[in-house]
Ligand binder design. Sequence first.
Ligand SMILES: Nc1ncnc2c1ncn2[C@@H]1O[C@H](COP(=O)(O)OP(=O)(O)OP(=O)(O)O)[C@@H](O)[C@H]1O
Length: 245
Amino acid sequence: MVAQPDSDVLWARALTHAHNGSPALRGVSIGVREGEILAVSGPRGSGKTTLLRCLSGQFRPQEGEVWFNSTPVHTMAPLIRERLRRDRFGWIDPEPVLVPELTAWENAALPLMLRGAGRRAAKKAALEWLERLDIGAGARKRPHALLHSERQRVVVARALAGTPTVLFADEPTAPLHRAERAHVLRTLATAARSHGITVVLATHDADTAELADRTVTLLDGRQVNTIHLPHASEAEGRTACSLSV
Ligand SMILES: Nc1ncnc2c1ncn2[C@@H]1O[C@H](COP(=O)(O)OP(=O)(O)OP(=O)(O)O)[C@@H](O)[C@H]1O
């Protein structure tokens, strides 16, 4: 067994996973550094969602290892894995899935309340995030009274309100229009950087990947390259590209 590098909050080796015998990941190895925004790009069906689900403990990979902060996730008992996901991970789906009986702020506050936060504190945090995502006016509405794009903003607020250690975002802005997409992504990236949240972002959109510190590309379940993009604050024009086929 190879040790997880200290700088990586999340680390996976030789992940292999198939759906009903159909291969989705074929030996992907990946390290995610603390506070990093990592884009996982690739065409439809290349294995992005399967990789995020393996890294976040939703799927147990058929082969390979996943480590979070030096703890093996791939061998964890289901209940411990559930607790890890609830307490340390956030998840954004491409489609907004909300509890229909709850208002927008109650939905956004839910992860905090499930972790034992008081209703008042959870409400305050949820309202702050809804404001930041320009959906404060809809805070008391139920999901059916919100537009599809507004519901997705609530989902993003819910994921950020819990300040997870790692946020997994699977095509998080897919239901949004182009202008909205840029705003939500900027909010997500700014929030992640200011709160030290590590983000693993699946996308096949170049604009989305541009926000990331680094991009890992999948093709047919295999990693094909890694591109390091500099932060705006870093020296202009400095880029690096490495092949790991
Ligand atoms: N539940 C499933 N049952 C059967 N096959 C599946 C299932 N989920 C994914 N697959 C297959 O596994 C492969 C990888 O799918 P995955 O969703 O991980 O790719 P993706 O890059 O996220 O695609 P997309 O961009 O369309 O979401 C594809 O061939 C897909 O058809």
